[in-house]
Design a protein around this ligand. Structure first.
Ligand code: GLV
Ligand code: MN
Ligand code: MN
Length: 411
């Protein structure tokens, strides 16, 4: 059996999904539980139903589309990804794993394959941290890696996650999101690489062996505000300038970790009161630090703590660090890595084992099931930008390798 994807249909569906965006094309912005996210979900659910999949949603909006196998009592095989998109993003991050996963299932159906295990496509809620500050919200809850009390504590625009999900139509206790231990026998995610190596080296498929350890935190700096004309320079306790020094220290610490694999980004800076003629009294920085080496990542976090103390003393401000997450890296299951590799060999596709520097829902699914990831090239490695591009051929190769892998895993 050689399942074949319908590349044109898949492209049309990716185009339609990209049209649900808060920004004009080519940019895509789709914030979780916003109007565009809900319209994208409705569109996807229609496609899932058209493929005769049984669809259900959990209290946080994770959506499951099941192709029931000949032996439905066996743990299921799952695939999937996310459809939320950060501000000013592209159209392929996450969506290739959702629509490519759907097309892989349809290709297996067309090929007459009868799975022993049920195959389930999962649309994860809020892989991106845009709205609630924490990435992989849905998969963290599925893997019991986040306390359900976050329903009341995660806030967006003055409303709690519980209030926002209820307005979006998702109710029930968040504690019910956690998966049973025996829910899945395997999870495989198809995704664009989001880095340059496959494209540069003309490799068709990246086979992920591990996912880098991500951490993020907020830094609150408090100084003293005042009139921009009247407060003399020696008297100032400018919260923004202290934050600026902290951001530069974070860059220096990441660059001097001894490894090119350490990366740190200060991606958000909010000033209060945010007026041209007022000395900033408060500043908030949101910082993301990652490394493939867990110990080195944590050493960087400790160095950042120390730098904050020194800068706070030097500038006579207070600095408070509020951790958001500090996750260990994930390792992919050798049995899935091997299955993906065999599928590439049979199809004559060039492949390479590699680390994922971006995080994915697979980071958390690996806690509940043996997990693997299939990467496809994206042009120049560009991602999280409107220029993000993966060719139709690359997407088809990925979906076909996914179909072959699901067939092996579902038996
Ligand atoms: C996922 O979007 C990430 O930031 O790695
Ligand atoms: Mn992303
Ligand atoms: Mn993604």
């Amino acid at each position: 059996m050689t399942p074949t994807v319908d590349a044109q249909r898949l492209q049309r569906e990716l185009d339609t999904l990209a049209s649900f965006s808060e920004q004009p094309a080519p940019a895509v912005t789709r914030v979780v539980f916003g109007e565009m996210d809900l319209r994208a979900r409705a569109y996807l659910k229609t496609l899932f139903a058209e493929a005769s999949l049984d669809v259900h949603e959990d209290p946080v909006g994770n959506t499951f589309a099941r192709w029931t196998g000949a032996n439905p009592s066996l743990p299921r095989v799952a695939t999937g990804s996310h459809c939320d998109a950060i501000p000013n993003a592209g159209r392929f991050d996450g969506t290739v794993g959702v629509l490519g996963g759907l097309e892989a299932i349809r290709a297996l159906q067309r090929a007459g394959f009868i799975p022993q295990r049920s195959i389930e496509l999962v649309l994860f809620t809020s892989e991106e941290p845009t709205r609630f500050g924490i990435g992989c919200l849905g998969s963290r809850l599925l893997a019991s890696a986040l306390d359900p009390s976050v329903g009341d504590t995660l806030m967006s625009g003055g409303q709690s996650l519980n209030q926002i999900r209820a307005s979006a139509g998702f109710s029930g206790p968040l504690a019910d999101v956690a998966l049973r231990d025996d829910a899945y026998s395997a999870f495989v995610e198809l995704h664009i690489e989001q880095g340059p190596t496959l494209d540069r080296d003309r490799i068709d498929i990246g086979i992920v062996t591990a996912i880098a350890a991500p951490a993020s935190f907020r830094i609150f700096v408090e100084g003293e505000g005042g009139h921009a004309g009247a407060v003399l320079m020696p008297d100032r306790r400018d919260a923004f300038l202290a934050a600026a020094e902290i951001a530069l220290a974070i860059e220096r610490i990441a660059r001097s970790s001894g490894s090119i694999d350490t990366v740190a980004t200060t991606g958000v800076c909010e000033l209060f009161p945010g007026a041209i003629n007022s000395v900033p009294s408060r500043t908030r920085l949101d910082v993301d630090v990652r490394d493939i080496d867990h110990g080195r990542r944590d050493a960087v976090l400790r160095d950042i703590d120390r730098a904050c103390e020194t800068i706070a003393a030097g500038r006579r401000v207070t600095v408070r660090i509020e951790p958001i997450n500090a996750d260990p890296p994930a390792h992919c299951a050798p049995v899935i890595v091997d299955a993906i590799e065999r599928a590439c060999d049979i199809r004559g596709l060039q492949h390479r084992r590699m680390i994922s520097r971006a995080y994915h829902d697979s980071l958390f699914m690996s806690r509940v099931a043996p997990t693997g990831m299939i990467f496809i090239p994206c042009r120049d490695g560009i991602s999280h930008r409107p220029e993000e591009y993966a060719s139709p051929d690359a997407i088809s190769h990925g979906a076909e390798v996914l179909a072959d892998t699901l067939a092996v895993l579902a038996g």
